[in-house]
Design a protein around this ligand. Sequence first.
Ligand SMILES: Cc1cc2nc3c(=O)[nH]c(=O)nc-3n(C[C@H](O)[C@H](O)[C@H](O)COP(=O)(O)OP(=O)(O)OC[C@H]3O[C@@H](n4cnc5c(N)ncnc54)[C@H](O)[C@@H]3O)c2cc1C
Length: 312
Amino acid sequence: MTLVYVELAEGKIKKSSLEALNYAHKLGEEVIAIAIGEAEDASLAQAGKYGAVKIIHVPILAFENNEYACILAAAAQEIGVKYTIFSNTYTGKAIAPRLAVKLDASIISGVTELPQSDGFKKGVFSGKAFAFVNSTKAIHVITLTPNSFALEVLGEEVAVETRTYAIESTTPKTKSLDKIKAGGKIPLTEAELVVSAGRGMKGPENWGMIEELAELLGAATACSKPVSDMHWRPHTEHVGQTGITIKPNLYIAVGISGAIQHLAGISSSKVIVAINKDAEAPVFKIADYGIVGDAFEVLPRIIEAAKNLKRS
Ligand SMILES: Cc1cc2nc3c(=O)[nH]c(=O)nc-3n(C[C@H](O)[C@H](O)[C@H](O)COP(=O)(O)OP(=O)(O)OC[C@H]3O[C@@H](n4cnc5c(N)ncnc54)[C@H](O)[C@@H]3O)c2cc1C
């Protein structure tokens, strides 16, 4: 059996969790999904379309990693799992290792493909290389990199079973002081298209063009570290070694030099387009398409072209 932890946003299953369900289904075991927190039954039932035979809903409200791990451990033991699958998101990364300890399971994080004869393929060294990893334990906890598995509808909606689990009372080792909700219509970690910009945009007052292009393309917006450090953009948009790692189908980098720490977060993007006025900028070494030019001249023309494309 396989248990998939599905993450929720505004009461609905996140796209990265639907990918985890698809992935779990293709591992060949029967899949049970589990969601914790406030959710709409109609949305939870969708888990069936992506590979689950059933979804368990645990409607507790407060988020505490250890409590979630306790619930998942109880569910996994009850079901008798071989695999437990998470998305390799902040939440997945926080809960999966705790669960692995509780189940005495192995953990393989950041998996990008179904296992082959040489093991599970995963990105290492900030996406610069791949490793094939095998598990030596009977239970495997796996985190799947978002956007590495194409979504496919596999079945019908399923019934939602509402449950509670006894949670061992422990003193939390961490305490949430504040919650900051990421802005933007499309969550960056889920986005298939990303328009990102760096210090080359000169100041926050010039982000209108970046937002307009993103809106036209249905893309999320991102930025380099100095841009968020200077508060031109929120930290939730910062990609790279010390920010978010993303794997969109298209990453457009505007006025970003392409420092190694930035590339660490975006190098797995399927197609990279760079716009930079310096033909020697390192970003062009990794880009699939490059435009050498001033962003303030190039962007309005791309925006116009995108508008014309939409009109036609
Ligand atoms: C430990 C550590 C961790 C780090 N982690 C990260 C990280 O996670 N993410 C990250 O992004 N950085 C990170 N950095 C910082 C990183 O080294 C770079 O300093 C940073 O990525 C540079 O940001 P930038 O490309 O926006 O700015 P710059 O390096 O200043 O580049 C600006 C670019 O814009 C171009 N440009 C200027 N004007 C225009 C114009 N009008 N039109 C077109 N192009 C123009 C320039 O040619 C230049 O290439 C880290 C650094 C350290 C030491």
